[in-house]
Design a protein around this ligand. Sequence first.
Ligand code: FAD
Ligand code: NAP
Length: 540
Amino acid sequence: MLNVPSQSFPAPRSQQRVAAGGRSKVPLKQGRSLMDWIRLTKSGKDLTGLKGRLIEVTEEELKKHNKKDDCWVCIRGFVYNVSPYMEYHPGGEDELMRAAGSDGTELFDQVHRWVNYESMLKECLVGRMAVKPTVLKDYREEEKKVLNGMLPKSQVTETLAKEGPSYPSYDWFQTDSLVTIAIYTKQKDINLDSIIVDHQDDSFRAETIIKDHLYLIHIGLSHEVQEDFSVRVIESVGKIEIVLKKKENTSWNFLGHPLENHHSLIPRKDTGLYYRKCQLISKEDVTHDTRLFCLMLPPSTHLQVPIGQHVYLRLPITGTEIVKPYTPISGSLFSEFKEPVLPNNKYIYFLIKIYPTGLFTPELDRLQIGDFVSVSSPEGNFKISAFQELEDLFLLAAGTGFTPMVKILNYALTDIPTLRKVKLMFFNKTEDDIIWRSQLEKLAFKDKRQVLNNENTWTQGGEHYTLRLDVEFVLSAPTSEWNGKQGHISPALLSEFFKRNLDKSKVLVCICGPVPFTEQGIRLLHDLNFSKNEIHSFTA
Ligand code: FAD
Ligand code: NAP
């Protein structure tokens, strides 16, 4: 549904296919790429048939426009004429027609809620629904109210999730110089990754991720505060404290005014992604076509991307906002690596391959140090609990599919006491394409664990040690000098790769790469009797 192309083709071998739940893509005709669509929207052509007029659309009217050559769709109360877009939709016309003449918000959210349809389809905007399909809360009245502590229960019930976690609450208190906002989540698995805070212009937002829900504090503060603040989590009771520094040491009579969706607990799938502008701090070549980008978060943001999750980067490209997913990594494979200059967690690192004929990456590559790019809040369904009591970890990566493995390797080798063996099989075309080859080799050589005794050990100070990490490179287009493994992911390569230490060891296999690589890998893993719970595949 309105799957504005992040990957605009299904070319065989083409790597840019975001696979969520096995969605299929259809071949697009020549001249129907995302860039072609952007060109059409800038051509001045009347794409709605209304000569620039915006109208109010009734439900009856919307229903009438349900044919391919006359297809209107409503998303979040706005109606678009998507007929001109049909041939450009990578998910195909039939997929788009599922929402013809109706409210497609839910369908859209199921597939690509992160896609910036407002920007992509702005030339197709017909107008607003006369009666909105979903009744939104009117915040105008609320904004006149002031916040002075917890809201009465009656004000919070509207968005209360029927089967979600219990409803959090919040409170605030102050000293001469500080204001502390305390969020009581009533959950014990909250940590610093669970809270995202942004203070921009007049809006103070604190998103707390509670299982599949998001609890939002959204306030226009009554007084000015300094840019930096601190966040503390008291895990044992699920309490979060955000400590703001007042600009002036005066007493505040109230905290501020509620803004949109303030104090609401919303299923994550129903919330839009929030973006903040981050500054490009450095850019470094890693291979001939892959670069390490370091972005700096604004001082008034607290955001930590959990292991295995991705964010979306957003840039205007010829006037249209384009978003693509990327997986933040740590700045190095060595856990003792420390970020320079600024305090903790202000940097986000990305390993990004530049495709000269791609839409987004050449634009990203053109950014100068000091330029800005918008970064979304994190997404993804990898759970760190998958590592609990883990003994054997297997990683299958192809090309930039290596990116989620970076934080996984860092974490696994330092924080899982039960871990006995980690094996990485890394597929690339040529030796020149291997990301961080020497770091990987050094890490494999350096990481060791103490064992009682077995054939692959060495002795040091009377103790026996063995190496924990094995790295194997497989090349699909090697030169004649390559004497390592060759080819593509296959039953033969995998059955040799998987040799469990113990028959019943607790095992996890992570796989990431081009969609067909990942899909084939999953099939082969099932053939090798790995259960669903033992496999995590990374997709958008
Ligand atoms: P695109 O415009 O998508 O084009 C990519 C390639 O396909 C180019 O070579 C282009 O010439 C070719 N192509 C385009 N159109 C056609 C066509 N019609 N027919 C044939 N070929 C065509 N990438 C990273 O580098 N690092 C990451 O950390 C990372 N994380 C990701 C996380 C997730 C969850 C997902 C789903 C993807 C991730 N990606 C990552 C991939 C990334 O999102 C982009 O897809 C990638 O950067 C390419 O974007 P682009 O717009 O530059 O290229
Ligand atoms: P690439 O260099 O084109 O390919 C890497 C290796 O995978 C090559 O050996 C290649 O072999 C092989 N390969 C490609 N298609 C295959 C297939 N159908 N079956 C088996 N092997 C195949 O890869 P890339 O350009 O870096 O692309 C990486 C991909 O990973 C992108 O699609 C990106 O979207 C995805 N990614 C996803 C996530 C995520 O979901 N979280 C994160 C990062 C990256 P050939 O020489 O034969 O092509």
